[in-house]
Design a protein around this ligand. Structure first.
Ligand SMILES: [Zn+2]
Ligand SMILES: [Zn+2]
Length: 148
């Protein structure tokens, strides 16, 4: 039995607001999917399917994730051609990732003022206003380097 960690109230209010603004209601499966992602490392669809087992079926899990992607509630992080799902930056602090192409380990990078400044400068240089950005670094983690 999986122990669900329930979402903090603010995150929950935000989820409700986004759904409501787009004329969707907060159904049990939607709430559950959000609970599964909240405060956790990015997860693959397979991991999500297995945590949700007995609560939501596979098809409604995929539908819920697709809706959440459309509404900007979750985002994909690509590791090679595979991806993992996490709640989008509006639910967490903006961050980037370094991921391991071999074992799929993902590390969140949070101390990155220089990167943010550089991205802001580049955006301004091209006379754009930035909405969002992703920056992902892919490679081999210390473990996988020593076994390869
Ligand atoms: Zn690795
Ligand atoms: Zn950034």
């Amino acid at each position: 039995m999986v122990q669900f960690c329930y979402m903090a109230t603010e995150a929950n209010d935000l989820l409700q607001k986004i759904l409501k603004d787009n004329s969707y209601s907060l159904t049990k499966p939607r709430q559950l999917v959000c609970d599964l992602l909240y405060g956790r490392d990015p997860q693959s669809m397979r991991e999500l399917v297995s945590s949700a087992r007995g609560h939501i079926d596979r098809a409604s899990l995929y539908r819920t994730i697709a809706l959440f992607e459309k509404l900007g509630i979750v985002q994909r992080i690509y590791i090679g051609w595979k991806y993992k799902i996490e709640l989008s930056d509006i639910f967490t602090h903006h961050h980037h990732h370094i991921s391991c192409l071999k074992c799929g380990k993902i590390v969140a990078i949070t101390e990155e003022d220089k990167i943010e400044q550089l991205i802001a400068d580049l955006t301004a240089k091209h006379n754009f206003t930035a909405q969002n950005h992703q920056l992902e670094i892919r490679g081999l983690c210390p473990n996988c380097q020593s076994t390869s």
